[in-house]
Ligand binder design. Structure first.
Ligand SMILES: [Zn+2]
Length: 547
């Protein structure tokens, strides 16, 4: 084997990592099956299942040959606060004054879900005026402001999901056409509503632009909600954040003498002005508050000549824990999401350790609370164990491909960084091609942990098998991905299946291995963001300060 490798090195005249990495399918299967078994209760952070999960990952990291990554410790504490809304009485929407028709009652879970970022035992909104603010976007660089000319302080804003041009077929448009931008993501919308002083912010759920059905909103937004435990108890946030079922939003707008389709159309046009609805919202709930630290797990393979530079692999270990029961099963096991990603992390750790230390250090980060809004990675990025300016770049893994080989390798949020160029030869060497994202409107790049690092300048790859399957082509790939989103994503049915085909995951992991190895063995190589990418300025500044 060794001789073959040397030969291929000589033939290609290139020293880029050609070694066939020792990525173990057995590891992929065992780790995924173990972490997604009912014994791990769906891996909710700060529950007893966390201790079990963290212990298992540490054990696998140690056996793989890694060293503890955080000054002799395998973990980094992530201070969290858990808020559980209780006694949520139905909210009411009412016409102002005597003209108002009989109030519309919004039942919790079926009509709407509500919660809060505020760490406070009681939330009440009373007679808060409703204002439709379109997509709820303030983007001065695009000359777009859905809050222009309207004062929403103390009011309730009703917001559309995604961004204004998501129905465009191509990538042209003020918000990258069909691709979702950060402005289309719900965390942004709530953040911007709070900035404008809204007392409540409600997003209208629509399955296609949200990319998931109401059942996902219902299971993800009810029960304990986690956030980082920060000074100030998030008092700068809106009192209420939540989602409305589309038919309910339609009823509310009808009561206001408006209609959702017409307002949506208006909101997609530059110069749109927010529309006061002449209705008010009232309602409240109690909060049970629990403070507790969760943990990121960090292992490292120290470098030989430039150990102070780090290449990063990351994946989130958490999932939803106990969730809404389906057929009597109330454990959201999260086998694909993201026991499989942790399995990939362990398999890469084994393979990299087996290949021996590289010149730079390679870090393996299993982060907590991704499902609660990228909290573990966000905390790490704010309190980095390894300086971000010395973190070369890396790969995040969230859901591996278990449906067999794909002809395409898709770069999610393509067009951002030179890391993308680096993976092209590895992908081509497998006889595969770089494919287009099937659903750019889902805003994949902003929906997992690499975004936490990207936001602070570290170029991270989010890429992997596309839907063009070796067996069955695009139709088979689309059917598999639609089936996952409709039936298993964030549901108890995301369970381990021994019939899964890991050959596609192996190819993707080989690309991740080769990318990591190349970055780690080439001191002085600092791939950057393209000049047009939103994170380029931050990186240039952070690298400059580090030198
Ligand atoms: Zn995930």
């Amino acid at each position: 084997m060794r001789r073959l490798v040397l030969l291929s090195l000589l033939l290609s005249g290139s020293a880029i990592a050609q070694d066939r990495p020792a990525i173990s399918v057995e590891t992929l299967k065992t780790v995924t099956q173990t972490l997604s078994s009912d014994a791990y209760e769906g891996r909710a952070p700060t529950t007893p299942a966390e201790d079990k999960t963290v212990a298992y990952i540490i054990d696998r990291f140690r056996k793989a040959g890694l060293k503890p990554g955080n000054k002799g410790s395998w973990t980094q504490d992530v201070p969290m606060v858990e808020i559980t809304a209780t006694d949520v009485r139905p909210f009411t929407v009412q016409g102002k004054g005597a003209a108002g028709e009989s109030p519309i009652t919004l039942d919790y879970r079926t009509d709407m879900v509500v919660g809060t970022y505020r760490v406070t035992p009681r939330i009440d909104v009373k007679d808060s005026e409703l204002v439709f603010v379109g997509y709820g976007i303030t983007a001065p660089e695009k000359g777009w402001d859905d809050y222009a000319g309207v004062d929403v302080r103390g009011k309730t804003v009703v917001i559309l999901v995604n961004d204004p041009d998501w129905q465009t077929m191509g990538r042209d448009g003020p918000f990258e056409g069909r691709a979702m931008t950060w402005y289309g993501r719900w965390p942004y919308k709530f953040e911007n509503a709070a900035k404008h002083g809204a007392a409540a912010a409600l997003i209208v759920h629509q399955t296609e632009p949200a990319a998931y059905p109401w059942a996902v909103v219902q299971s993800s937004w009810t029960g304990p909600q986690l956030e980082l435990d920060e000074p100030g108890d998030h008092a700068d946030q809106s009192q209420v954040i939540g989602w409305l079922q589309q038919p309910v939003a339609e009823r509310i707008l009808t009561a206001a003498g408006r209609d959702l389709a017409t307002l949506t159309k208006a909101a997609q046009t530059k110069g749109f002005r927010a529309v006061p609805l002449g209705l008010t919202l009232s309602g409240g709930f109690n909060n049970t508050i629990r403070r507790q630290a969760s943990k990121n797990v960090i292992g490292v393979l120290p470098g030989t000549s430039v150990p102070e530079d780090y290449v990063l692999y990351s994946a989130h270990w958490d999932h939803l824990g106990r969730c809404d029961a389906v057929d009597g099963d109330d454990i959201c096991n999260g086998a694909l999401d993201n026991a499989s990603g942790i399995a990939g992390l362990v398999a890469l750790a084994e393979a990299q350790a087996k290949a021996g230390p590289a010149k730079r250090s390679i870090a393996f980060l299993a982060v907590t609370a991704e499902e609660s809004g990228l909290l573990g990675s966000g905390y790490y990025a704010q309190h980095p164990v390894f300086p971000l300016a010395r973190t070369v770049g890396g790969v995040n893994m969230d859901v591996l491909n278990v449906t067999g080989r794909s002809k395409d390798f898709v770069l999610v949020g393509k067009g951002k960084s030179e890391i993308e160029d680096m993976v092209v030869p590895f992908v081509k060497a497998q006889g595969r091609y770089i494919g287009e994202e099937a659903n750019p409107e889902r805003g994949g790049y902003y929906r997992s942990d690499h975004f936490s690092f990207a936001k602070l300048g570290v170029p991270m790859l989010d890429g992997g098998s596309g839907e063009d399957k070796v067996v069955g082509g695009k139709a088979a790939g689309k059917a598999a991905s639609d089936d996952y989103v409709a039936h298993r994503y964030h549901k108890p049915a995301d369970e381990y299946d021994p019939r899964w085909d890991w050959t596609g995951a192996l190819e993707d992991l080989t690309v991740y291995y080769q990318l990591g190895r190349t970055l780690a063995d080439r001191p002085g190589l600092w791939p950057n963001w393209y000049p047009t990418a939103e994170f380029r300025g931050i990186r240039d500044k952070s690298r400059k300060n580090a030198q």
